[in-house]
Structures are given as structure tokens and as C-alpha cells.
Design a binder for this molecule. Structure first.
Ligand SMILES: [Zn+2]
Length: 265
């Protein structure tokens, strides 16, 4: 039985890891394949986490779609597998917009904790949580700390847009925002048919600030700095921006993985 499963896995994936033509998604693999791959050939898993939330003239699922696209890229580069996305997150000030709703921070923390524990029990040494939505960060971190303390897994939680804020500055010369220039550019690359420039008006964007909060936030686009981050729909810039985002995230994750490895935990 054991020899047969090894032979099967080698036939499907080859001796050097997951075969390029085969899926890296846990959704698509069978138990025999997972057993042979993890942890012998694959030690790292990517977990996209997002939410359903209004994103200006882009899709409500932007916070799921961008991390999923990043996971697809990173999985190839890092010889990783991809766990099914946690698609519901913690929403706050945009809940009045159609098709926008979330779950509580407590529920997300509990859900993430159980999913992370399951991935650790599967045998992954490294779990990379690719977060697409700001208010998820605290509950995801809380879950990561619990699972790190109680299993052998090492966990990195990363907000893709924060980790690449300097890329926004370099490519566009300004900062972005929620569904702003940067996130819209990512959506133009990841889900081009779901971005609708014909629906866009600059007055659909409002700067975030420290002086007031509004529920709902008055527009579905929120800017990090006044006068910056308005959408431009330039496809070339969007491609350049997202290519840099991918590389930057790869560099950050690689660096953490290497340091974990060197540190022995
Ligand atoms: Zn978003």
C-alpha cells in the first residue's frame, strides 16, 4: 500500500515536488496526494483571507480575489500549496453598501484558529496568511499566536497592501486607499472584467481622517491621504504595479522563511 501510494505520487508530481501541470490547491488534491506531499515535499501552505465589501467600481470580492491571485503566484515560487480561502471577514463602516456583510471578530478569530490548527495538523511547518482586509488583521494575529503556541507550525500574517505601500508610492507617486488607486490597479490585473471605469466619479472617494468617523462611510472608496489615491485606470501602470507587488511580497515571505529556518523554529 505504502509503495503504491509513493509510486502514485511520484507519477503525478515527479520526484522534485508538485508537477507544474498539477493543482497546488488543497481543494483539488486527494488524501493520498496530500499524504505523500506534506511534509516530505512541501512544507509551506498559503491561506488567503478576505471579506465581501463594496470596493468603488470594482468587485465586492476584491479582498478575496487579490490574495488568491497572490497565493497562486507565491505557491509556484515557494513550492507551496494553497488552502481554501476564508472569504468572510470583519466589516465595519461599509456595511450599508449592497452585497457587503461580514462576521464578528470573535467568529473570525475562532474560525482562523481552527483552520490554522488543521493546517498545522496536516503537517505544514510554515503557514502564510495572505490577508486582503484591514479589520481582519487583529483577529488573525490573535488566532496565529494561539496556534503558534500550541502546535509546531510557524505562522506569518501579512497585509499585502501595507507591505507594499512603498510600491504604490514608487509606481504612482502617491498613496492609495481602500478601493483607491493601488487596490483598483490590483483588481484591474486580477479581475479586469469586474472593474467598471464607466461607473467611476472622483466624488465617490473620501479621505480617511482622525477627526471623524461616519457609519456608513460616505463613499465606497476611502483615501489614505487627501488629494491622493484617485483612480486612473491606466492598464500599463496597473500591470507594473502588481508585478512589483508580487515580487515584493515574495521577497518578504522568502526572508521570513529563511530566517525561521536559520533560527531552528
Ligand atoms: Zn479591499
Amino acid at each position: 500500500m505504502r509503495i503504491m501510494t509513493v509510486a502514485l505520487a511520484l507519477a503525478i508530481f515527479g520526484a522534485g515536488g508538485v508537477h507544474a501541470q498539477h493543482s497546488r490547491h488543497l481543494n483539488d488534491l486527494n488524501w493520498i496526494e496530500v499524504q505523500e506531499l506534506v511534509p516530505m515535499q512541501v512544507q509551506t501552505v498559503l491561506l488567503p483571507v478576505g471579506t465581501l465589501e463594496a470596493h468603488g467600481v470594482g468587485p465586492n470580492g476584491a479582498d478575496n480575489l487579490v490574495p488568491e491571485a497572490l497565493a497562486a503566484y507565491l505557491a509556484e515560487e515557494l513550492n507551496a500549496l494553497i488552502a481554501p480561502t476564508i472569504p468572510y471577514g470583519v466589516n465595519t463602516s461599509l456595511d450599508e453598501y449592497a452585497g457587503t456583510f461580514g462576521i464578528s471578530a470573535e467568529v473570525l478569530k475562532e474560525l482562523a484558529q481552527q483552520v490554522l490548527s488543521g493546517l498545522a495538523a496536516t503537517g505544514f511547518a510554515n503557514i502564510i496568511v495572505l490577508n486582503g482586509h484591514g479589520p481582519n488583521f487583529t483577529p488573525l494575529n490573535d488566532a496565529a499566536i494561539e496556534v503558534f503556541r500550541t502546535t509546531d507550525a510557524r505562522i506569518l500574517v501579512i497585509n499585502w497592501w501595507s507591505a507594499t505601500a512603498h510600491v504604490t508610492e514608487e509606481v504612482f507617486g502617491e498613496q492609495g486607499g481602500h478601493a483607491g488607486l493601488n487596490e483598483n490597479a490590483a483588481m484591474m490585473v486580477v479581475a479586469p472584467d469586474a472593474v467598471h471605469p464607466e461607473l467611476y466619479r472622483p466624488e465617490q472617494a473620501t479621505p480617511f481622517n482622525d477627526a471623524w468617523r461616519a457609519y456608513p462611510f460616505p463613499t465606497a472608496i476611502g483615501l489614505y491621504r487627501p488629494g491622493e489615491g484617485l483612480l486612473d485606470f491606466d492598464r500599463g501602470k496597473a500591470e507594473r504595479y502588481f508585478a512589483r507587488v508580487r515580487l515584493e511580497l515574495l521577497a518578504i515571505v522568502r526572508d521570513v522563511l529563511a530566517k525561521w529556518e536559520a533560527g531552528g523554529r
